[in-house]
Design a protein around this ligand. Sequence first.
Ligand code: SAM
Length: 299
Amino acid sequence: MSSGHIPVLLKEALDILNIKQGNIYVDGTLGGGGFSEDILIRLHNDGFLIGIDRDSEAVRNVQLEFEKKFDNKNFKLFHSNFSKIDEIIKSEGFAGIDGVVLDLGISSIQLEGGRGFSFNEVGEGGLDMRMDKENSLTAYEIINYYPEKTLADIIWRFGDEKFSRKIAKRIVEFRKNKTVETSLELADIVRKAVYRSYGKFKQFKTDPATKTFMALRIFVNKEYDSLTEFLEKLKNVLNKGGVVAIISFHSGEDRIVKHFFKNCSDFKPINKKPIIPEDEEMKNNPRSRSAKLRAFNRV
Ligand SMILES: C[S@@+](CC[C@H](N)C(=O)[O-])C[C@H]1O[C@@H](n2cnc3c(N)ncnc32)[C@H](O)[C@@H]1O
């Protein structure tokens, strides 16, 4: 497996996909290649894997690794958005696929890559937060040039942050003197706004900057739009009996998945409740703590 990213709920997701030789699968969030590698191993050279990531670096790295590891070239990797799944499948000449997995969010490689995603020193960088560097909108532009009300709305809507107005106010105060350049600078502004609202003695379970950073990342990358577009295309690409497995990491994206399938008679849930990681996985990989896996059959 590629170094740097520990996959979450990997075995659970792939068991549910029920990989069968000769079938065609899509990994819509290639990342460090952990899921794709396991799919290829389970295919035993018989079947085909399409891997997609909107991050060109991720695709390049996994391509190099897989070329060395897998002689039988029964895979193709695409630098694209999983919302384009229909076009990608068509371009390969396939009428439909037998399974697709999405492991949403960002990888540890991106988080620690100095691209502005991280509010910690590891991964500190300029305020960018684009998964796809071909997109034009960056977190820098939002933080330094958006009006206070718009900033507050973004932090509230995509981060569920109750101090969104106070945080936005503090950002705008800061930028009267200078622009906010780095992720650490932004984290510091946000923490101060939250500390001030709570008082000094509050103990925080998670860093007070978490929700603001999540909101910005979701907004910069239009993550909800991509997910919704993907879900709407699903019934046209997934063969009957095929499986879709989606791992989400926060309530906003899980809500989109849950509501979509609740109102769609083309799919049946495989499990009544979402699957969550075992205690052991949560202990070894803190990122997994908020993970939820939902899977559905195309009927
Ligand atoms: C959590 S990581 C996936 C890790 C992967 N399962 C593994 O085993 O290494 C999420 C990846 O999905 C990619 N991604 C997120 N949204 C995407 C989208 N709409 N289209 C394509 N890739 C996306 C990110 O760039 C990131 O590399």
